[in-house]
Design a protein around this ligand. Structure first.
Ligand SMILES: Nc1ncnc2c1ncn2[C@@H]1O[C@H](COP(=O)(O)OP(=O)(O)OP(=O)(O)O)[C@@H](O)[C@H]1O
Ligand SMILES: [Mg+2]
Length: 438
């Protein structure tokens, strides 16, 4: 059998032991042009794609594969870690040279090459041809991104050319689910039993997730979110690649306190037309306000911050003040704030919204949150910020969204209320009562 023969080659070349199962095994013998490798969290999808890339690199001298995510930066801490720590032995020469963050490719002694890319750096990708394209976390890509990648599949050093998309399920009408429902793309279902290293604790954590995250990450189902507060949020519109912020733009910080829940500090820039851009974010559990204050000061070095709006926790604000982070009390009126954010998310006459989140601006991922598969930044919260299930239409005017995914959401509301000049009299009175510097 072809797949078995391929594996023998890898093992004799001194690879780390790996025995693919289920969808991973099917991937080794699959020669279809477009493949969707889907499944819940931790089933071994990414490992399977990387093992296939390595195997093909050894088997077909001179082949070229592209390992790609939406952004090059997001490859460094995810895919490249698995590749270097799990797939290739530590002393392999292909690992010599550049650090993970700087690396452009892994070159094999037989001339094969695994190129590392991001859709945000697409000019280099688009000028190269590949035998294999492996797209990780492919639900972040647009169908246009995917179709552009397919045009690059014509290197011809392998007997077949293939693009594989690795993803957790997303919305039922996501383009990947629709494409794999047709004839162009075949679907491989990766399941927890395919991963021999999975722990009972890991599965128990997943089973305790609620709502749509449980359906997608534990059950592996494409599932929609009902009652999204920011139903207009569309990652294809509101997420932008990271960019430099011109020094003359207004800058504002907003803070939502937490310890068991994350403490969130967002940095927003406002362009000449009043559009807001989230350009940096601290999102940490178990961080003392004192430590957060030091980080916030260090991260803001050299930037002129016009104001910092914060949740009303008096002790928290006093601690920030001790570290020279003077704060204004946030306008906490939920519905007015939600309306203000919603109206910024809607497209204006020029076809653009007035609020954007930049990709890859999280200062560092909180390992506890990632381990529990909880949102670890504002971008990951926004689709899960929902009205309580039983509420509909008008009753939403008197109730708050369901608790849970609301830490970055609160901070975002505070920032928008400030920039839109909504902070009302009570909030201003609070400034005088607390004697906070303006
Ligand atoms: N067949 C296998 N043999 C040994 N280890 C495996 C196997 N399959 C998966 N693993 C290990 O299990 C862990 C999770 O695998 P991986 O990261 O590929 O999962 P995933 O399906 O991509 O998860 P996610 O949906 O969270 O991205 C990794 O450490 C990987 O090396
Ligand atoms: Mg993965």
């Amino acid at each position: 059998m072809e797949a078995k023969a391929d594996l023998d080659i890898a093992i004799t070349e001194g690879n780390r032991p790996y025995e693919p199962r289920g969808a991973a095994l099917a991937l080794f013998s699959c020669r279809e042009r477009e493949v969707l490798m889907e499944g819940p969290a931790g089933t071994g999808k990414t490992r399977a794609l990387l093992e296939k890339a390595n195997l093909c690199a050894i088997k077909y001298p001179g082949m070229r594969a592209l390992l790609v995510r939406k952004t090059r930066e997001s490859m460094t801490q995810s895919v490249l870690v698995t590749f270097e720590e799990k797939v290739v032995p530590p002393d392999w020469p292909i690992l010599a040279g550049a650090s993970r963050a700087q690396r452009q490719c892994y070159t094999y002694p037989n001339g094969s090459c695994l190129v590392i890319g991001g859709i945000d750096r697409s000019s280099k990708i688009m000028s190269t041809e590949f035998d294999l394209v492996l797209a990780f976390e492919a639900r972040e890509l647009t169908e246009d991104d995917w179709e552009c990648l397919l045009t690059r599949l014509r290197h011809g050093a392998m007997p077949y050319q293939q693009a594989v998309a690795d993803t957790n399920p997303d919305l039922p009408n996501h383009w990947l689910n629709r494409r794999a429902g047709g004839t162009r793309m075949i679907r491989l279902l990766s399941r927890h039993e395919d991963n021999p290293t999975i722990h009972a604790d890991y599965l128990a954590n997943l089973s305790q997730l609620t709502g749509v995250r449980r359906q997608r990450l534990y059950k592996g189902q494409w599932a929609g979110v009902e009652g999204r507060v920011y139903a207009d949020f569309d990652s294809a519109v509101h997420l932008l690649d990271k960019r430099d912020i011109p020094p003359d733009w207004r800058r504002v910080r907003s803070i939502d306190f937490g310890f068991t829940h994350p403490l969130v500090c967002q940095w927003w820039a406002v362009d000449g037309d009043g559009r807001m851009y989230l350009y940096r974010e601290l999102y940490r559990t178990r961080m003392l306000v004192e430590d957060a204050a030091k980080r916030i000061v260090a991260l803001s070095e050299g930037e002129r911050i016009e104001a910092t709006v914060a949740d009303h926790d008096a002790e928290g604000r006093a601690t920030l003040e001790r570290y020279n982070v003077a704060t204004l009390p946030a306008d906490k009126r939920i519905h007015i704030g939600i309306q203000a954010v919603s109206s910024r998310l809607r497209l204006a006459d020029d076809g653009k919204p007035r609020l954007f989140l930049l990709r890859d601006v999280l200062v560092e991922r909180d390992p506890r949150l990632s381990q529990c598969h909880e949102p670890a930044c504002t971008q990951e919260e926004i689709d899960h910020y929902v009205w309580p299930r039983e509420l509909s239409g008008s009753s939403r005017n008197s109730e708050a969204p369901a608790p849970g995914c609301d830490h970055g959401m609160d901070a975002m509301r505070y920032a928008v209320s400030y920039v839109d000049g909504l902070n009302h009299a009570d909030a201003m009175l609070d400034i005088r009562v607390l004697g906070v510097r303006e």
